[in-house]
Design a protein around this ligand. Structure first.
Ligand SMILES: [Zn+2]
Length: 411
């Protein structure tokens, strides 16, 4: 799904948004904030990030100072492995509302290094941070950059945000992420541009009692991480663009099964919804197998797909690699199951169209959404026997002629 709910994206995607508004399924927030002043400057191409090691701390009750407090800073550490494509002494990353507390080179061309980098400048309107190295990297040099920083858990639906749910008189705190199109930079300083694909290895420190999910399966059971906390580490992702990274910290119960093709899939949501969702859950297993057979020339690169409901979802669903988020108003809604299944089909097809093959630039979002809508209509007919004659999206998309460039997932 492509949508714009962060104020900053109003200016980012104004032209493209005009087309989306025609579809009537996307919402824009035009409220005036400082973020309306976003000035898009493309990242330099001198450096290529090959992998990220990301460790973040997510404070929830009983360590709840961070929830709903827009000034409270949670801590993160990211180590980025980079390769120089051109000679440069300048490292430019995207970052929004992030404070870097320490930055250093820890490894250069395979040799340990310990070089503190203190020449750091922020370009707030462009959401860029520039880190100067005391020496130039030559072409094909590789190095690791470690950054200690703090970030904010927000109260809207951008970046990492608080999205609680109510069960009777009990409020359950949940933290989730939504990074499309340019909001990964609110959780971690990174190359937040779909033309950069990198492997991500994520670990999350969270209070005991919460379940942590990310794009891949956890590498092992959560380990103790100080009084009251556990640390959950996940397997590396394949190379993905930053907007497909996802984290959820929650206490939802779940349904779980393995498809005939061996893919683990789960629904995470309120128990009352799971109780009435067995048919849609079973359908989803058949759907995963159907898509794996249908698109078999391109192997599905994950061993699991999780689906989790999101109270404050900015749209209907988001196709994060291996961790699909679904609007709570739609999730297991028995009064509109066709719509729920339609969105599941759409987000699963994105695992190929958008996630394995990704447009290089957001102006080419037709490559994600147009192809996904096209195959959604075919698969709805194949599995549900329905024709989506009322869905105008593909018919609009196919008349839009723009140059298309893509990035591809490689092992
Ligand atoms: Zn979509």
């Amino acid at each position: 799904m492509l949508k714009c709910t962060c104020p900053l994206q109003t200016s980012t995607m104004l032209v493209f948004g005009g087309l989306l508004l025609l579809l009537g399924i996307f919402a824009f927030n035009s409220s005036a904030t400082d973020e309306d002043a976003l000035i898009i400057i493309p990242l330099p191409r001198a450096l290529q990030p090959t992998s990220y090691e990301l460790s973040v701390e997510v404070l929830l009750p009983p360590f709840d100072a961070g929830i709903g407090n827009v000034t409270f800073q949670n801590n993160g550490v990211v180590t980025i492995e980079l390769k120089a494509i051109e000679e440069t002494d300048k490292i430019v990353l995207n970052a929004a509302n992030i404070s870097i507390t320490r930055c250093r080179l820890v490894n250069i061309n395979g040799k340990d290094a310990s070089t503190e980098l203190t020449n750091i400048t922020y370009d707030v309107p462009s959401q860029l941070v520039t880190i100067m190295s005391p020496f130039k990297f030559a072409i094909n040099d590789t190095f690791q950059l470690a950054i200690d920083y703090s970030f904010v858990i927000r109260n809207d639906s951008c970046g990492m945000f608080n999205t609680p749910y109510q069960e009777g008189n009990v409020t359950h705190n949940v933290v989730q992420t939504d990074f499309e199109a340019i909001n990964a930079r609110r959780l971690v300083p990174c190359f937040d541009d779909p033309s950069f694909r990198s492997k991500w290895t994520v670990e999350v420190k969270a209070p005991i009692g919460y379940t942590v999910l990310s794009n891949t399966e956890k590498a092992s059971d959560p380990n103790p991480a100080g009084p009251g906390f556990t640390l959950t580490r996940f397997n590396p992702t394949p190379p993905i663009p930053s907007y497909l990274l996802a984290i959820a910290v929650h206490d939802y119960p779940y349904l779980e099964n393995v498809t005939s093709t061996g893919i683990l899939y789960r629904f995470y949501g309120q128990q009352s919804k799971l109780d009435v969702c067995s048919e849609a859950f079973e359908f989803t297993g058949r759907l995963i197998d159907h898509l794996i057979e249908r698109f078999k020339v391109v192997k599905f690169p994950s061993t699991k797909v999780d689906f989790i409901e999101t109270e404050r979802h900015p749209s209907g669903g988001m196709e994060n690699f291996g961790l699909i988020t679904l609007n709570a108003k739609i999730f297991c809604n028995v009064t509109d199951m066709p719509r729920f299944k339609n969105i599941i089909i759409h987000e699963l097809i994105h695992q190929w169209f958008g996630n394995i093959v990704t447009m290089k630039d957001w102006s080419n979002a037709i490559m994600n959404e147009g192809l996904t809508e096209y195959y959604t209509e075919l698969v709805v007919k194949e599995l549900l026997g329905l024709c989506l004659v009322g869905t105008p999206s593909y018919y609009l998309w196919k008349y839009v002629e723009i140059p298309l460039e893509a990035t591809y997932m490689t092992k």
